[in-house]
Design a protein around this ligand. Structure first.
Ligand code: C5P
Length: 236
């Protein structure tokens, strides 16, 4: 296997718990994902405290605002001691917002890849209709994903349902970060449609987001290592 594609989602508002888990897992995963729950509670100092473990960081902030404001938020990442490897922004912010974020990233020489969130998986076709979008969710994901990459995003976050289609549309270059992953035999929880790690990689994912199957395990390090073994074997 080349570099470990698994980013473990540490979803907690508690910096001590997140730091302990990060240090336990840093050698068994490819990186750590921190999201809004963590960021609103612990802020940039909390991000740096977790990132000090040395693992690559995926900061899942899903930025969505006017181009100038999003550019300012990306510029502010340079104040972090450990700027993230990945940052999310909403494709629905439009091409100018994405281009502004990419431009500032270059200017500030940040090592951060910008990943576009297309259609939230909590939205279904009926929701899109209510929002004035007549396209199907999959068509809208393809449209927004293509637009985002053309505007300067380095890839997308997408569900297991969309990864094969998006990979076919975008080619081999862009990163595709895929949550909704459940190792063979693990609890599905509130995720409705899931793939195993090996299935998602075979479908075209470049990176996987896995949270509770690792973080809620009795032994998180063993759980992460079992996923690595599953991926090395190509089992799915
Ligand atoms: O614990 P679990 O593996 O379900 O965690 C998945 C992580 O990925 C969570 O941080 C969740 O917010 C995020 N996510 C998701 N489904 C999406 C987008 C993001 O589960 N469609």
């Amino acid at each position: 296997m080349k570099s470990n594609p698994v980013f473990v989602a540490i979803d907690t508002p508690d910096v001590a718990a997140a730091t302990t888990l990060a240090n336990t897992l840093k050698d068994s995963v490819g990186g750590i994902k921190l999201g809004l729950e963590f960021f609103t509670a612990c802020g940039p100092a909390g991000v740096d405290a977790v990132a000090a473990c040395g693992a690559p960081l995926f900061l899942d902030l899903k930025l969505h605002d006017i181009p100038n404001t999003v550019a300012g938020a990306v510029r502010s990442l340079s104040q972090l001691r450990y700027p993230p490897t990945f940052l999310t922004l909403h494709a629905q912010g439009g091409p100018a917002m994405i281009a502004a974020a990419a431009k500032v990233r270059e200017e500030a020489q940040l090592p951060t890849q910008l990943l576009a969130v297309t259609v939230l998986t909590s939205l279904d076709a009926q929701d899109l209709t209510l929002m004035g979008v007549s396209a199907s969710p999959l068509d809208q994901v393809e449209r927004l994903g293509t637009m985002a990459v053309e505007a300067g995003a380095d890839g997308c976050v997408c569900s297991p349902q969309e990864v094969a289609q998006l990979r076919a549309n975008l080619g081999s270059g862009p990163a595709l970060m895929v949550p909704g992953i459940r190792p063979a035999g693990s609890a599905v929880g509130d995720q409705k449609r899931v793939m195993t790690p090996a299935q998602a990689m075979a479908a075209g994912a470049s990176h996987l987001v896995i949270g509770r199957p690792i973080t809620s395990a009795e032994d998180p390090q063993s759980a992460a290592q079992a996923i690595n073994a599953e991926l090395s074997n190509g089992a799915g």
